[in-house]
Ligand binder design. Sequence first.
Ligand code: SF4
Ligand SMILES: [Zn+2]
Ligand SMILES: [Zn+2]
Length: 340
Amino acid sequence: MSGLEVEACTRCDKPAVVHQLYSGIHLCASHLRTSIRKRVSKALREQVKLPKDAIRETGEPKRILVGISGGKDSSVLLEMMVELLGPRRDVEIIAGCVDEGIDGYRAPSLECAERLAERFGVRLEHISYPELGFERMDEVVLRMPMIEQNIPEAKGMMPCSYCGVFRRQGLNALAKRVGADWMALGHNLDDMAQSILMNLQNGDVDRTIRLAPHTWDPIEGLVPRIVPLRWIPEQEIHAHALEAGLEFHHGDCPYAPGAFRQRSRALVATMESQTPGARHGLLHSMERMRELQIAANDGETLSESWAEDGMRQCERCGEVSSREVCQACTMRDWISSNSG
Ligand code: SF4
Ligand SMILES: [Zn+2]
Ligand SMILES: [Zn+2]
């Protein structure tokens, strides 16, 4: 076969849209969809234990907040959640998006998110950083040099260090607002592998094994997060989003370059190309570490040992935190006291 010809799907004769190097198979658009659906369905069953009838005692359905950003991952997540759980009357899917306040990037992606929610007939809730008492990210970035000068702890922080903390608060606030029982996020296999690698590079095994999903060991006061796409590689999600005609925003955040995750992204891509299956291996290793940790603690779950380690509620905002004042409230102070 010449290099210009498209390989055929391993399951039928149609042209392939992806080649899974880690499994050796080629998949056409419709077999890719079936395969993604199967993997997401399995992950969902593992992460959310839904009884046959999940209606609450109040007669209301159980609610799942699906965090969407207008990007490809969360668009595929919403599509799959609606396809798999939409027909159930005892489960309600609500989409939520957080507006970080980044000119030229967030507005078009939020429009995509709105159209997507409309296409799937799902209610969409918004929250912005100013509504949470933070500045817009564009303003935070302007204040960062001054914050760095005045606050030793803030040295070397990147925009994403702030944004990640604020977004977590935003999602928790949305989950509370809609009374969600679970929060679904669009992390794909590449994202998971990057997070595991970044945490392990920092020697942070605890943080590694506390990555979502949290449903096997929920933490008091936090809506458990689920990550139904965690076994699906980014490239397959991208190919499926294009084939399925899902509208998504292609742009990159202007503050992403330089972030630790970008280096991790390149590293994971190199590992995967040299050793196909490396991403799956990292995720399996994380699962195994978690089991070993629980076994070493005589079956004590992580949330129990976490509680013993002094997890408490932030005295300002009430969010679960290991410190008296949580990271989000601390950063809020830095920003307001460095307004130039
Ligand atoms: S790349 Fe960083 S700054 Fe930009 S939206 Fe993501 S977390 Fe926020
Ligand atoms: Zn096929
Ligand atoms: Zn707080």
